[in-house]
Structures are given as structure tokens and as C-alpha cells.
Design a binder for this molecule. Structure first.
Ligand code: RP5
Length: 166
């Protein structure tokens, strides 16, 4: 039987997929089972509501919701679940993602969406943050996060050595 997903990723359009690859790559690297859906808050709203309100009973621990433009998807998802929702603004309009960033980050008091940076970096950080949240109950994930950061530090030290020679 396939492992139950621990993280749910939702995006408003298939055009968001490339941005969300940043999150998927991290989850794969950490061996976190996840599900990926394309559901639109304005084009398939009933499906968004159903997916969001059933996420908890499906065993999911953290949700990552990404959208561009008016970017109401993360807020709508958060309205239907008490699971942590991490929002990723997608640069899909002429405003370059600033529209999505301001929309997602400005959730009114009471229904929070943890907002990450615009684009692929934000998506990768959403996955890392999701892992950090789940690590509260899974200490082995904390060890993996420490090892992951150590590798990033080693990469910088190596790059520094390659240019400085020291
Ligand atoms: C949002 O509108 C999506 O999240 C996407 O970023 C943006 C544009 O969607 P498409 O017109 O490319 O389907 O709903």
C-alpha cells in the first residue's frame, strides 16, 4: 500500500507547476510522502473546499498552497482547516508576483497563512518549513534538517575556497 501523504500541495493552475517543483524537490529529498493537486479557488471552488476540509482526516500534517494574481487560494484553504497552511506567491502576472505576495500575506486576523517568498525559493522554503513543523513530532526529521543545512554550509565553504584559494 502506498504511504499516506504527510504534506498536501495545492496550486491554482498547471502553469504554477514549475514554481512548485521547488517544494516537491525538497520533499522528495527528505522522503516525505505528499500529494499534489491543481484546484482553483475561482474555477473549481467546491473542489478546493472539499480537499481542504478532508485533509486532516486523510492524515496530512501541513498544507502548501500556491497561487498567482489575486491569489485567494491559500486563504480559502486556510478557511476550511486548522492545519498549518503555507502560502507561496507565484509570479504569473505582469506584476511579477507582488500581487500574489500582498494578497497572501494580508490575511485578516484569525485565519493565518504563513507566507513565503515569491517563486521557487519560496516553494522550497515552504517545504523546509513544513518539515520543520512536522519535526516537532518526528525527531529524525530534525536530524535530517541539521544535516541538510550542514551540506549547504559546506557548499559555501567550498565555493569560497574556489575563489579565495584559502
Ligand atoms: C491563478 O491564476 C493561478 O494560481 C495562476 O498562477 C494564475 C494564472 O492561471 P492560468 O491563467 O495560467 O491558468 O489562479
Amino acid at each position: 500500500m502506498a504511504e499516506r501523504p504527510a504534506v498536501g500541495i495545492v496550486m491554482g493552475s498547471k502553469t504554477d507547476l514549475d514554481t512548485l517543483q521547488g517544494a516537491v524537490d525538497v520533499l522528495v529529498e527528505f522522503g516525505i510522502p505528499h500529494e499534489i493537486r491543481i484546484l482553483s479557488a475561482h474555477r473549481t471552488p467546491e473542489k478546493v473546499l472539499e480537499w481542504s476540509q478532508t485533509a486532516e482526516q486523510r492524515g496530512i500534517g501541513v498544507l502548501i498552497a500556491a497561487a498567482g494574481g489575486a491569489a485567494h487560494l491559500p486563504g480559502v484553504v486556510a478557511a476550511k482547516t486548522v492545519l498549518p497552511v503555507l502560502g507561496v506567491p507565484v509570479a504569473s502576472t505582469t506584476l511579477g508576483g507582488m500581487d500574489a505576495l500582498l494578497s497572501i500575506v494580508q490575511m485578516p486576523k484569525g485565519i493565518p497563512v504563513g507566507t513565503l517568498a515569491i517563486g521557487k525559493s519560496g516553494a522550497a522554503n515552504a517545504a523546509l518549513l513544513a518539515i520543520a513543523i512536522m519535526a516537532g513530532k518526528r525527531p529524525e526529521l530534525r536530524d535530517k534538517l541539521r544535516a541538510w543545512r550542514k551540506t549547504r554550509a559546506e557548499e559555501v565553504l567550498k565555493a569560497d575556497k574556489s575563489v579565495s584559494g584559502s
